[in-house]
Structure formats: structure tokens, C-alpha cells
Design a protein around this ligand. Structure first.
Ligand code: SF4
Length: 393
């Protein structure tokens, strides 16, 4: 007998076909999926019209959860980090964050990551595999459970956990289609943000998908050479190419584009870097999120002082750029992407030093609230970053 299919991985038509193959009308699909996914329970007996024969036919064929929460870590600031066990024994992270007027979830798209950002724990181990759509959707279900247990509702979603979403493109798009299908989970597409290190072909392709979601792009520096050192994969494209692609996305979709700039003291936080960034985005309607990297013992990365942060933002604002300083969430529970998984896997001291930042949020923004800024490299496997301040070229 085949293993039960994860309900979260079925598109509406797949579910209708599964029902039809068992002699049931497709009309049951919406009722079944909507109830199970939105309420978080697969109580087939409570589905009107299914009847005992339908329940008997479907029980061995469907499962609501093929993944499990193997570790749950609440933070002092209300953030909760979930370590989610996958059917093959791999683990990924998902984070629930309380915002000013909403609850935001941050989900992973891959196990590990091949983007190798200089300050990220997930990138340390490289890519192991991309997630299947059901493994992404089930993270959302677990986060919704977590919010429900607090009498809250999961309202926003960001793809800023482990992995580069553009490297798991089809699975991420498939998951978003399942999440936003009004006959299934019905999650509002305008409450979803997909992040990327700036994979231009992915951005341009995503612009054509008509998903209705927003985009966040890691820039970190407007200087191509410096950006390449911070984002080896994202740096394959020039800042101008990345911003041009982001502009195409914004114009084509009518959705927001947030530029993410993680600030590392003495590396990319000078007023000259801010000036160059303002010049690069001149004439484009992007919002900029400034994310101070967390202080991480044993790594070269420390956050700028508040004075430096304010000066950086001041330059942008004076040049007409909308810029926010984001606050870190869950830093006491290793909430930066990849940290909890590495800790659970016994990464030891390397992990303890790994966190450059938990999921970061813009107060009141209600979107773009993720951990895409990554975290820092630990001493055991640290990538070296040369030069106290990369000169602008
Ligand atoms: S910050 Fe995101 S994209 Fe970069 S290595 Fe980490 S998980 Fe991958």
C-alpha cells in the first residue's frame, strides 16, 4: 500500500483526482482541504457528505502532517522557533514572530543553503536538498498551530528561513500556489514575501507568475566587489542588474520590493556606503530595511553603533529613500536561520557563535519580516572576511 499523501502537498486538482479515484465527487475536495488545512485537524468523520465509506476510503490515503515539530523554543520577545523534522530525518527551521498588529511566520525553502552568504549559519553546511511543497506548506501549518495555541492567527509569511527560494523555485512557487488557493488554505498572497540574495533570472521569472506576493532582495552593499564578498551567489549579478530586475518585478506585479541591507560594523556601514546605496536606487520606489547584524563572539562581524545606524539611515532619508531600521527577534533562542538546526545537530561551539541575527522585523510594517539577513559563521568553520572596511571602488 502506498504511503498516505500529505494533504498539504496536493494542489486542488490533485485532491479532486484522488477523491475521484475513490469514487467520491470532486465537490468534497474544497470542503475537505479547506477544513483540514484551516483548522489544523484532519477529522474526516466531521466532513459533511463524506460518510463512513468515504472516511474508510480516505483514511489510509491522506495525512495532514508528514512532518513533526521536534523542538520548540520560545523567546523572551514572544518569538518562537520551531525545528521541524522532515520524513527523511532532515530538519529545518520555522519561526513565529509577533509584530505590532499581526503574527508573522518565517519558513525555510531548503535544507541548508548553497548561497554561502558570509555571515549565515545555514550557508556553512552548504545545500543538502530543496524542500518539497508539502514540507514548506506544513511549516505554515505548524506555525498556524502555534499562533492558534496563543489565541492568535498567522497573518503574514516570509520565505526568509533556511535556503535561497530562487534555488528551490518550482517548489516555492508550488507551495505558494497551494497556500493561496482560496479552495485550500486561502492565505492572502499580499501577505507573503519571497526573499532572494538577488538571483536575477529568478526575480524576472517570479514577476511573471501572477502570485501576488511581495519581494525582498538582499543588497547589503551597492559596491559590486564588496557585495560579491558578502553574497558570493547574489554577487554574480551587478547591483544595477539586481535593482533593474527588482524594478521589473515591482512594475509588473504592482507589489512592494524591500531591499535588505545587513549592516556590519566597519565593513559596509559607513556614510559613503549609504551615499552609494542612495545613488544606486535613485529614482526607484523601493523600501530599504537596515538590519544591524547581531554581535557574534568568534566572528569578525559586529553590529554598528546606534549612532552609525542613525547616520546611515539619515543619509538615505536625506536622499529621499524610505528606510527603516529593523529590530532583531528571537536572538536569545538562536533564531537566525540555520542556528537552531546546527545546534540540534551538535554543531557545538561553532553554532554558539553562529548567530548574526534572528528574524528581523520592521515595527508595524507587517511584512518583510524574516531572517534573510542570515547569521554569522562560527569559529570552527568560519569563513574569513578580509579587511576591516572594504574600500569603495
Ligand atoms: S542568508 Fe539566506 S540565502 Fe544567504 S546563505 Fe543564509 S539561508 Fe542562504
Amino acid at each position: 500500500m502506498d504511503a498516505p499523501a500529505p494533504l498539504a502537498g496536493l494542489a486542488y486538482d490533485d485532491l479532486a483526482a484522488l477523491l475521484a479515484a475513490r469514487g467520491m465527487p470532486a465537490s468534497h475536495a474544497e470542503r475537505l482541504a479547506g477544513r483540514a488545512l484551516r483548522r489544523g485537524t484532519l477529522d474526516l468523520a466531521s466532513i459533511p457528505g463524506l460518510g463512513p465509506r468515504g472516511v474508510a476510503a480516505l483514511s489510509p490515503a491522506l495525512t495532514l502532517r508528514a512532518t513533526t515539530v521536534v523542538h520548540r523554543t520560545p523567546s523572551l520577545d514572544g518569538t518562537t522557533k520551531l525545528l521541524v523534522g522532515l520524513p527523511d530525518g532532515e530538519r529545518v527551521e520555522a519561526v513565529l514572530m509577533p509584530l505590532a498588529r499581526s503574527w508573522s511566520g518565517c519558513v525555510s525553502s531548503q535544507v541548508g543553503c548553497g548561497a554561502a552568504c558570509a555571515f549565515c549559519a545555514s550557508g556553512l553546511e552548504g545545500l543538502r536538498r530543496s524542500l518539497e511543497p508539502f514540507e514548506i506548506v506544513e511549516q505554515v501549518l505548524h506555525l498556524a498551530d502555534e499562533a492558534r495555541a496563543r489565541g492568535q492567527k498567522l497573518t503574514n509569511l516570509v520565505f526568509m528561513g533556511m535556503g535561497e527560494p530562487m534555488h528551490a523555485y518550482d517548489r516555492v512557487v508550488g507551495a505558494i500556489r497551494r497556500l493561496t488557493d482560496p479552495r485550500l488554505l486561502g492565505f492572502g498572497p499580499s501577505r507573503i514575501t519571497v526573499s532572494t540574495v538577488g538571483v536575477v533570472p529568478g526575480i524576472l521569472r517570479l514577476a511573471q507568475e501572477r502570485l501576488g506576493c511581495h519581494l525582498a532582495v538582499s543588497v547589503h552593499a551597492a559596491d559590486d566587489a564588496l557585495r560579491r564578498r558578502l553574497l558570493p551567489v547574489g554577487g554574480q549579478w551587478s547591483v544595477e542588474e539586481v535593482l533593474d530586475a527588482a524594478e521589473v518585478f515591482r512594475v509588473t506585479t504592482g507589489r512592494f520590493v524591500n531591499l535588505q541591507v545587513t549592516l556590519l560594523a566597519g565593513i559596509n556601514d559607513g556614510v559613503e556606503h549609504a551615499e552609494r546605496l542612495a545613488t544606486a536606487i535613485r529614482g526607484r520606489s523601493f523600501h530599504v530595511n537596515l538590519i544591524p547584524v547581531n554581535a557574534v563572539p568568534g566572528t569578525p562581524f559586529v553590529p554598528p553603533t546606534q549612532e552609525v545606524l542613525d547616520a546611515f539611515r539619515g543619509v538615505l532619508v536625506a536622499r529621499g529613500v524610505i528606510a527603516h531600521v529593523r529590530t532583531r527577534r528571537g536572538s536569545d533562542v538562536a533564531a537566525a536561520c540555520g542556528q537552531l538546526r546546527r545546534r540540534a545537530a551538535g554543531a557545538g561551539p561553532a553554532d554558539d557563535a553562529a548567530g548574526a541575527g534572528g528574524p528581523a522585523v520592521t515595527p508595524g510594517a507587517g511584512r518583510g519580516a524574516g531572517s534573510g539577513a542570515g547569521s554569522g559563521a562560527g569559529p570552527g568553520s568560519a569563513r574569513t572576511f578580509r579587511g576591516p572596511r572594504a574600500p569603495l571602488q
